[in-house]
Design a protein around this ligand. Sequence first.
Ligand code: FES
Ligand code: FES
Length: 153
Amino acid sequence: MSVELNVNGRVHALDVDPETPLLWVLREDIGLTGTKYGCGVAQCGACTVHADGETLRSCTAPVSWISNRKITTIEGLSSKAAKAVQKAWVELDVVQCGYCQSGQIMSAAALLEKNPKPTDRDIDLAMSGNICRCATYQRIRAAIHAASRQLTA
Ligand code: FES
Ligand code: FES
């Protein structure tokens, strides 16, 4: 069956089973491999994308549910908040192995787009669904504060 998906501002007409999780369509059919597979059951956050600006776990979202929404992946992230997050991530050397980090950046950017001056508690709540096996949590929190300072200066 044909499904239309708007990803990073481009509409893709895809011949896929409508029950296929978005993650696999992004990776296998569209070739956007920045979004990662971790748990497959919406528990780790590695597969996080934005759907109309809201975070979405793409591993459990059938493409048929979201064909009318605008999807943004790590490759298409370009808002002011997203750029501030990416700059802070580099400056604070957040990444260790890197596997979880596209999901972390997607969640951090969504947070700062809604709340440019988050408290530690706001950050912990917004990021609680993103697991990092390398335990970069302190650097992630510091980088979100650094990005917030850039945005609100
Ligand atoms: S792979 Fe989707 S939340 Fe873990
Ligand atoms: S940086 Fe390794 S899992 Fe997060």
